[in-house]
Ligand binder design. Structure first.
Ligand SMILES: Cc1cc2nc3c(=O)[nH]c(=O)nc-3n(C[C@H](O)[C@H](O)[C@H](O)COP(=O)(O)OP(=O)(O)OC[C@H]3O[C@@H](n4cnc5c(N)ncnc54)[C@H](O)[C@@H]3O)c2cc1C
Ligand code: HEM
Length: 393
């Protein structure tokens, strides 16, 4: 239990954390990786190089300090962090390491503001936050272990099928080497995949959304070959692996999943953001769900249009499914050319009672969210996933 004084002191450091510039964040990560290089096996070092993840931790700590006396406000944000941590197998013993480097960084860089009194308050506050995360993550790990088809840590999966979906995206069917069942994921969730490409000094973990409905036997992920500004480490490595290769997976995780099966549903994606949508779509179609499903997709060219045949076939089979496609550069097979404009649609969106799920580049999702809000969709019915550290739209 934190004292009123501790709460007051921690709150007073909000500006310090929220405005932590690159000097502080870079010092923290540099310090941590030089003292604990083993953590390079867990952190995405490309995100580090791009500075993306560096602010996520400090922003989260600032939000914690701001709301330290009303933690319920942070429920969704914490759930997202805990799921991301679970996909990386973050363990209780990691927390003191991160906390230690955090405190040391602030002491080293801003000794005038980070006085012994402030340090004491933050040690207490960090311990409380760590406990919350450790408890929530322990519950996720216990669920993963005890649920049907479950496991803890990594499990070996064989690439039992490899299918090119478009110019840049290939699907990989991953089947457990032990031949046993797998956890039925919630449609929209992702897997953590751990690999060690020959040319990398450290292990690499990446998340991939599962691109098919749960079947209890295997998973399918669909991976875009990242080429620019330089070849992505894991995506290119996965594309290079022959069928029959073995990779390691952490159990499904993620707080972005189909919430309500009883409402009309609109699935909106761009590029490889289609992957969680395919899992949601297949689930809705095979379920008791009887409401309208609208599947909207944007990509650059016909060659980059993944799952086109599957979607055509599904639209033919199910009247309640309506699809529309935008190719930015136009071409055969699309309904519209240019950016996705929801006012183009000749179908009616369920503005008042539908659930809207978005996945794609952050600018795309921000653009669509603005359109949905303008059309009158309530913010609480717009859900989205980012293929990287979370950002508010
Ligand atoms: C929840 C979630 C779900 C996801 N689902 C999917 C999915 O279904 N399908 C999918 O394809 N991906 C998905 N991703 C993204 C995936 O996890 C990887 O981030 C992606 O495959 C790129 O990994 P990589 O190792 O190939 O590239 P990395 O090596 O991590 O590089 C990432 C990008 O950064 C660029 N880059 C590298 N170094 C620098 C630098 N120094 N400066 C600037 N840019 C640089 C690369 O060119 C590349 O474009 C998901 C991510 C999350 C968080
Ligand atoms: C209370 C302490 C912590 C907080 C507040 C915190 C917060 C966060 C946040 C906000 C993210 C981004 C989530 C997203 O993708 O949206 C994140 C991701 C991550 N966290 Fe933590 N974290 C904490 C502790 C730890 C610890 C102890 C570790 C392990 C050493 C860790 C490792 C990671 C990793 C590896 C990622 C993914 C980032 C990447 O490499 O892309 N975190 N965390």
């Amino acid at each position: 239990m934190l004292t009123d004084n501790t709460i007051k002191i921690v709150k007073s450091t909000v500006p310090l954390l929220a405005e932590a510039g690159t000097v502080i964040t870079e010092h923290f990560y540099k310090r941590m990786f030089s003292h604990n290089p083993e953590l390079k096996n867990i952190f995405n070092m490309t995100n580090q190089a791009k500075g993306k993840q560096q602010f996520a931790l400090f922003n989260a700590l600032a939000a914690y300090a701001q709301n330290i006396d009303k933690l319920a406000v942070l429920k969704d944000a914490l759930e997202r962090i805990n799921h991301k941590h679970a996909s990386l197998n973050i363990l209780p013993e990691h927390y003191p390491i991160v906390g230690g480097h955090l405190i040391a960084t602030l002491k080293e860089l801003i000794p005038d503001q980070f006085t012994p009194e402030v340090e004491y308050a933050w040690r207490e506050a960090y311990a409380v936050l760590s406990d919350i995360c450790i408890t929530e993550e322990a519950a996720l790990y216990a669920h993963n272990k005890n649920t049907q088809g479950g496991w803890s840590g990594t499990r070996q999966f064989e690439m039992t099928n490899k299918q090119q979906e478009s110019e840049l995206v290939t699907s990989f069917e991953l089947t457990p080497v032990d031949g046993k069942e797998v956890i039925s994921h919630k449609p929209g969730q992702y897997l953590g995949i751990k690999i060690k490409p020959d040319n990398c000094q450290y292990e690499q973990i990446r998340q991939y959304s599962i691109s098919q409905k749960a079947n209890g036997k295997n998973y399918r992920i669909s991976v875009k070959k990242e080429l620019f500004p330089k070849p992505g480490v894991v995506s290119n490595y996965l594309h290079s692996l022959p069928q029959g290769s073995v990779v390691e997976l952490y159990p499904p995780a993620g707080d972005f999943y189909l919430r309500d099966n009883a409402t009309p549903t609109v699935l909106v994606s761009a590029g490889v953001g289609q992957t969680p949508m395919m899992a949601m779509l297949e689930t809705l179609l095979s379920d008791k769900h009887t409401e309208k499903i609208i599947y909207l997709h944007a990509c650059e060219t016909p060659k980059q249009h993944s799952f086109a045949n599957d979607l055509n076939e599904l639209s033919r089979l199910y009247n309640r499914l309506q699809t529309a496609t935008w190719f930015n550069q136009g071409g055969e097979g699309c309904n519209y050319t240019g950016l996705m404009n929801l006012r183009d649609l000749d179908t009616e969106l369920p503005i008042n009672n539908g659930e809207f799920y978005l996945c794609g580049p952050v600018n795309f999702m921000a653009f669509i969210k603005t359109q949905l809000l303008d059309l009158g969709v309530d913010n609480s019915r717009i859900h989205y996933e980012l293929f990287g550290p979370h950002q508010d739209l």
